[in-house]
Design a protein around this ligand. Sequence first.
Ligand code: PEP
Length: 252
Amino acid sequence: MGRTPTIGGNWKMHLDFEAAMTLASDLRNRLGSVRGVESIVFPSFPYLRPASQRLRESAIAVGAQDLHVEAQGAFTSGVSAEMIRSVGCTHVLIGHSERRSVFGDDDGLVSRKLSVALEADLIPVLCIGESLAEREAGQTFSVLERQLNSALRAHTTGAVARMILAYEPVWAIGTGLTATPEQAQEVHAWVRGHVSGLLGSEYAEQLRIQYGGSVKPSNAAGLLLQPDIDGALVGGASLNAESFAEIVRAAR
Ligand code: PEP
């Protein structure tokens, strides 16, 4: 069964307002009518509404980089799922490694955030991945198993039907180090197999699994050719419209 490739651009805490809007418009011009690949950008919170306005009726979706688990209340700086939806977002990153390592999102919180996103009808991009120390200690698969079990155990296949998974080895994020296509494929195949054990083979076969970690135009094609790699989550290279567009074209 064909899985439509999906490419996400995580803008993180980069770009001033003007540069972010220029990037959104530039992406619309380059990719606004591309079919056969799903493109999503994840600007910072203040840019979500104007970015989604610029990208309205284009082929590019807009997502938030995180959400708060509560619906409303005295949670200074929190941004709820409903707020995110109300400004035109369809997607949200859940459990990005920077949320896990810098902000302390643990497996329990990631699991709650996943539930909240699904309840709000946002499409979650659930990020998992091992650190360098964990890889070197031979713990890659046990870390992924823990992260997947914790996030997915509570959900039925129906609830997570539209979810996207992103495998992002932490040692490859923002470091210029990329997993080789073979290394990434090995893990993606394992992840699909594990998800099959949790939620069934039919679900696992249609699940899209992005690879993330220093993806750029020069290495995208090799990664995207792998049978279990269904797209990419791109940080640095998504800040340049032409680089991001090249990666999207490579996925086509
Ligand atoms: C990311 O932020 O998810 C990421 C993969 O970043 P980079 O492409 O810069 O490594």
